[in-house]
Write a protein that binds this ligand. Structure first.
Ligand code: 4AD
Ligand code: MG
Length: 462
């Protein structure tokens, strides 16, 4: 059977057309001599109304047509006399493919909290909210490739298992085949990873950047788009232990080029979601009242403010509000500070540039002032940091000195240093947390609600 998707039927269907649909029932309403069934199939924010007359094939299974049941139907499209839809299906034959017991099916047709839906993550894509989230996620993921491919960036597949800790924060999930009941020890009492599968301490990647850099230093402009993992014990609405990151890297580029790419990219994403998911955005606007199509359109054309970290600190010191965390030159900005800058001062996205070198990673390029590095964070309203990036240190002597300062053994990264030995060039890139982007454009407040299977401390069901 050729299945017609609801999205396509509603966009292109004509009265009189014979079609087949298949999906899951949202609801049923019985009348004298006929019944209405409301179907969804994942393709569209709109549901699809079907009308079956008493005595039609399948009428006898109407009692099995409960919320959540999987059904197939065949029939003819006709103009709908009712409100809410232009077309409906006049059912010629109906089949219940899989029943859903009304007494136990958890996703009954009524309002559920996002917290409750998180407990039934395997069924929540059937709800309005999660159907919308996952369609937005899909559209944005496809647009990531569109954006970079159009600009000639090469999609580079960086590894998931690696031996480097790019961010140096030690938030690593070890990958091992050692017998955990009988761990081999070295003479210092530590774990002897030379006996491990890879002969070295391996873990899940926290970022594809370092490998992305070597691809860029041959291929010019590249981007990665893949899962990354962080074993940080952060139970916040902005952190996941497994999240997807997009990391472009450009050869022969500096921090300003990097900021411009980040701004163009975010604006492109704003314009794309309006173009591909207008119904979903309208739904989020009505349901959660955080974002609006109008605001997203405005953002797609807005000029992002660019300020130095030093000026950001000045601005925060002037603030009349009381922050929980201190504001002092040299301290990292906390999310309350970031949100104050975006939501109160600039009322839009802000790119903060040139952070103190002591709070940033080893690979960032030292500025001439001796105190700061060519780093940038893009801060988005409500979310705070959505992008982190930098120009990379391309001068070998300075990079080696920075690694010594941060106790990063040069032996482990000799290949990374080679990029500075042979044909080194200025280069820059950034990382965008894909889930934070989805949060930003849907207004969904908890990051666990924008990925099918959220991973967080103490949480790995599904
Ligand atoms: O700022 P981060 O740590 O930067 C890097 O990993 C660089 N290596 C990127 C680069 O220059 N190629 O992370 C980048 C972004 C953050 O701005 C944030 O959006 C997201 O990744 N992110 C997280 N998203 C969800 N859960 C977490 N635990 C995240 N940690 C970072
Ligand atoms: Mg960061």
């Amino acid at each position: 059977m050729q299945r017609h998707r609801i999205a396509k039927i509603l966009a292109e269907g004509k009265a009189g057309q014979e079609i087949n649909v298949a999906g899951w029932l949202r609801s049923k309403r019985e009348s004298k001599g006929f019944a209405f069934l409301v179907l969804h199939d994942g393709s569209s924010q709109d549901t699809f109304q079907m009308v079956i007359d008493e005595g039609s094939p399948g009428w006898e299974s109407l009692s099995d047509c409960t919320t959540g049941a999987a059904v197939k139907a065949h029939g003819v499209l006709r103009e709908s006399p009712g409100k809410g839809q232009a077309l409906e299906l006049h059912v010629a034959a109906l089949e219940v493919v899989g029943k859903a017991d009304a007494a136990t099916y958890p996703l009954q047709k009524k309002g559920h909290t996002l917290e409750f839906l998180r407990e039934i993550a395997h069924l929540r894509p059937r709800s309005n909210t999660f159907g919308a989230v996952f369609r937005v996620r899909n559209a944005l993921a496809a647009e990531v490739h569109q954006f970079f491919q159009k600009r000639g960036f090469i999609w580079a597949h960086t590894p998931i298992i690696t031996a480097n800790d790019c961010e140096g924060a030690g938030e690593l999930f070890t990958v091992t085949t050692l017998d955990l009941k009988n761990i081999p020890r070295n003479d210092k009492g530590g774990i002897d990873h030379s006996k491990d599968f890879f002969g070295k301490h391996a873990h899940l990647t926290v970022s594809g950047q370092l490998e992305g850099e070597f691809m860029a230093m041959s291929m010019g402009d590249i981007y990665t788009f893949g899962p990354t993992f962080r074993a940080e014990n952060s139970n916040t609405t902005r952190h996941l232990s497994e999240f997807w990151m997009i990391e472009p890297e450009m050869a022969f580029a500096d921090l300003n080029d990097d900021a411009t790419l980040a701004e163009d990219f975010l604006k492109h994403m704003c314009a794309s979601v309006i173009k591909h998911c207008p119904k979903e955005i309208e739904f989020f606007e009505k349901m959660y009242k955080v974002i609006s199509a109008e605001e997203i359109s405005r953002l797609s054309e807005a000029k992002f403010a660019r300020i130095s970290y030093t000026d950001a600190v000045q601005e925060l010191k002037k603030a009349k509000v009381k922050f929980e965390f201190p504001v002092e030159w040299g301290l990292d900005l906390q999310s309350e500070h970031e949100r104050y800058l975006t939501d109160t001062v600039y009322k839009g996205p802000v790119i903060v540039m040139n952070y103190p070198k002591d709070i940033k990673s080893f690979y960032m390029r030292n500025n001439d002032d001796g105190k700061t590095v060519a780093a940038m964070d893009v801060l988005a309203p409500r979310i705070g940091e959505i992008i982190g990036g930098s120009q990379r240190e391309e001068r070998i002597d300075i990079l080696e000195a920075k690694m010594r300062e941060k106790s990063i053994p040069a032996d482990d990264l000799s290949w990374y240093l080679d990029l500075r030995r042979y044909g080194s060039a200025p280069h820059a890139g950034f990382g965008l947390g894909f889930e934070r982007l989805v949060q930003y454009l849907t207004g969904i407040s908890n990051i666990r609600d924008v990925i099918p299977c959220p991973r967080a401390p103490g949480s790995i069901a599904f």
